[in-house]
Design a protein around this ligand. Structure first.
Ligand code: GDP
Ligand code: IMO
Ligand code: MG
Length: 420
């Protein structure tokens, strides 16, 4: 039995979906602990792509319990759509449970996310417009509505009426937008009680009993460490805690319950949306990696910005999350380059430092250059089958991170993995 947290070590899209899908075959439970439908976690099975936004990435296994934890913000219409589409595609899916404490992303959150991004103009964050920031803001402001409220219709109606009056005022008076209709939202949401009734529960007790029964639990993070609202590149971050500490507050467990933290690291760096990015390649090489790696958002389709691996950021991630082992993804994408670079230090105001700072604007990267490798490595089944330069790249990551790379992704498919 074990409880393992799986976290993104960069700016999201590291390949968490693939890693969770791979590890879950030996586990019993997957719990998503934060974020919402801003996430897009891809699993490729027999050449078919499944993208999970709200559902945990263990849903392709019928014998797993999949929990949407307390810290997630749930866009309920989207969840129902995602669940129904998956059930149509795959008859037997995981056993879905949803925390009664999870907050709802309501239609006004999505509208305000979009309107506020418009208002920010050139200062926009580049959000996914999924209502994530406004939903977490309401949670903090104590005006949020929770999944459990829907199962208490009178309470739900009262809360919705109160909050919608205020939101409509903001929508109309501040943004000049069109107010939303109370009855439409009420009827839509109360219409989901049938879907919810056998899935919603107190997941704190559920998880506790699964841990006590000796089950193996995966805590699936969304986004990545540098998108954390406190530790990331604020304000160009998401509004939750993707870090391993976030797993405790998003699952209702103690830090002492977590046995291991696995960091998912892409062999290079990508970022969607605005914000600083010291190792970004704004040149043909960046475009080549984008094309080769299929670096287009799984949620919004936006092209992802691409750059070299940032070792300074990686070490910061190791420390913040307490990473024990690294799952390295997309090594295959770097094949065919004559040289590969890794940022090993930053120059800040003329001074060299190996310490990360989220104040990245006046930082320039200092690189170590390694030999590249060529050929298709996607069929490699063992570390020894990799070209010596690729092995050196992995060993270099281990040296500067202080962590073992135990999983090497060499293609998007479930089987395209080398384990060490
Ligand atoms: P997540 O949000 O962290 O789950 O990552 P995404 O699913 O948004 O993006 C990762 C993309 O890379 C997806 O298209 C995956 O299918 C793909 N992928 C994952 N691991 C590998 C790998 O090792 N090699 C290649 N070529 N693609 C991978
Ligand atoms: P997964 O789980 C990559 C980014 C957005 C934007 C910022 C804030 O697939 O790795 P938000 O909508 O959360 O308010 O947007 O965060 N972002 C992600 N980038 N992967 C994600 O999720 C992301 N979720 C949000 O692009 O820059
Ligand atoms: Mg993603």
């Amino acid at each position: 039995m074990s409880v393992t947290a799986i976290v993104g070590m960069q700016w999201g899209d590291e390949g968490k979906g693939k890693v969770v899908d791979f590890l879950v075959k030996d586990a019993d439970v997957v719990l998503r602990y934060q974020g919402g439908s801003n996430a897009g976690h891809t699993v490729v099975l027999n050449g078919k792509k499944y993208i999970f936004h709200l559902l945990p990435s263990g849903m392709l296994y019928a014998d797993k319990v999949c929990i949407i934890g307390d810290g997630v913000v749930v866009d309920l219409p989207l969840l129902v759509e995602e669940y129904s589409a998956l059930k149509k595609e795959v008859k037997d899916v995981g056993d879905l449970k949803i925390s009664e404490l999870a907050h709802l992303v309501m239609p006004y959150h999505k509208l305000i996310d979009e309107l506020e991004e418009g208002r920010r103009g050139s200062q926009k964050i580049g959000t996914t417009k999924r209502g994530i920031g406004p939903a977490y803001a309401d949670k903090a402001e104590r005006t949020g509505i929770r999944i459990g409220d829907i199962l208490r219709p009178a309470l739900f109606e009262e809360k919705l009426r109160r909050v919608l009056d205020r939101k409509n005022e903001i929508i109309a008076k501040i943004y000049g937008g069109t107010p939303l209709n109370f009855k439409e939202i009420r009827d839509l949401y109360l219409g989901y009680t049938d879907f919810l009734k056998d899935k919603v529960c107190n997941t704190v007790y559920l998880l506790r009993s699964l841990i006590d029964e000796g089950k193996s639990i995966l805590l699936e993070g969304a986004q990545g460490t540098l998108l954390d609202i406190t530790y990331g590149t604020y304000p160009y971050v998401t509004s939750s805690h993707p870090i391993s500490g976030g797993a405790c507050i998003g699952a209702g467990i103690s830090p002492k319950d977590i046995d291991e933290v696995i960091g998912v690291l892409k062999a290079y760096t990508t970022r969607v949306g605005m914000g600083p990015f010291p190792t970004e390649m704004e040149d043909p090489l960046g475009s080549l990696i984008r094309e080769k790696g299929g670096e287009f958002g799984a949620t919004t389709g936006r092209p992802r910005r691409c750059g070299w691996l940032d070792g300074v950021m990686m070490r910061y991630s190791v420390k913040i999350n307490g990473i024990d082992r690294i799952a390295l993804t997309k090594l295959d994408v770097l094949s065919g380059l004559e040289k590969v670079k890794v940022c090993v230090a930053y120059k800040v105001g003329g001074k060299l430092t190996e310490e990360f700072t989220p104040f990245l604007d006046d930082v320039s990267p200092v690189y170590e250059e390694l030999d590249g490798w060529s050929g298709d490595i996607s069929k490699a089944k063992s570390f020894d089958e990799l070209p010596s330069e690729a092995k050196r790249y992995i060993e270099f990551i281990e040296e500067i991170s202080g962590c073992k790379v135990f999983f090497i992704g060499v293609g998007p498919g479930r089987e395209e993995v080398i384990l060490r």
